[in-house]
Design a protein around this ligand. Structure first.
Ligand code: AP5
Length: 224
């Protein structure tokens, strides 16, 4: 049995934070297109250079590149299910995901839309830092490391801020979200798989709302 869920929400909504919990608690595999693209840009290839320029401006990378990355993972990773974090972000990506999963005898089982006010997104993004070694996500005021400069999870001192976490880029990222990604809310609502939750709540409360959605996925509707 497989279960595939999509975490849908604007930059800073908490998709990565919740995806990491689901990996830990449910053994699913997180597919973050943001992480894949950051890996591509650090590889220094021609494709990586193009990706870096687009990401730094806060724009969306082309559907062709992103769908290619997801296709490669779906074809090569054997998992009890996937958490799509930051994908799909356009209608073309949503159609492609449906087709790819269909080809594997699977489907999107639930889409979880995380709603957060724009002001809170700005606060979250401007205070965020991440462990470069294990990927744990922190925040200057709401979730600092217990020991300054040291990751609570793996002890690494490689704590980083993202190049695109600045006010200018965030403005464009939000515009991109409302213009190109928010139409997916209607798309999945019409398909019957949309669940909207309050992403403004505390991390543990958001996690418990996600758990409720996951536990309500009908077992016999899941293929694979
Ligand atoms: P990506 O890496 O996907 O970034 P994003 O969507 O902008 O989302 P973020 O990672 O910024 O936020 P998040 O929702 O994961 O929040 P987090 O958990 O970290 O994409 C980056 C770029 O790559 C894009 O701009 C684009 O260029 C490109 N790209 C990626 N995918 C693409 C695609 N499919 N197509 C085309 N281009 C693509 O939390 C944020 C902060 O808030 C943290 O500090 C955290 O501690 C805190 N926080 C989390 N939850 C809570 C809570 N409940 N209460 C208080 N604080 C909280």
């Amino acid at each position: 049995m497989t279960v595939n869920i999509i975490l849908l929400g604007p930059p800073g909504a908490g998709k990565g934070t919740q995806a990491r919990r689901l990996v830990e608690e449910r053994g699913l595999v997180q597919l973050s297109t943001g992480d894949m693209l950051r890996e591509a840009r650090s590889s220094g290839t021609e494709m990586g250079k193009v990706v870096a320029e687009v990401m730094d401006k806060g724009q969306l990378v082309t559907d062709e590149i992103v769908i290619g990355l997801i296709r490669e993972k779906l074809e090569s990773v054997d998992a009890p299910g996937f958490i799509f974090d930051g994908f799909p972000r356009t209608l073309a990506q949503a159609d492609a995901l449906g087709t790819l999963l269909n080809g594997l005898g699977q489907a999107v089982d639930a889409v979880i839309e995380m709603r957060v006010d724009d002001d809170a997104l700005v606060d979250r993004i401007s205070g965020r830092y991440t462990c470069g070694n294990c990927g744990e996500v922190y925040h200057d005021t709401t979730r600092p490391t217990k020991t300054e400069g040291v990751c609570d999870v793996c002890g690494s001192t490689d704590l980083r801020r993202r190049a695109d976490d600045n006010a200018e880029s965030l403005k464009i990222r939000l515009l991109e979200y409302y213009k190109k990604t928010s139409p997916l809310i209607g798309y999945y609502y019409r398909g019957g798989s949309l669940n909207t939750i309050d992403g403004m709540a505390e991390v543990t409360q958001v996690a418990s709302e996600i758990a409720q959605v996951m536990d309500s996925i009908p077992r016999n509707s899941v293929q694979g």
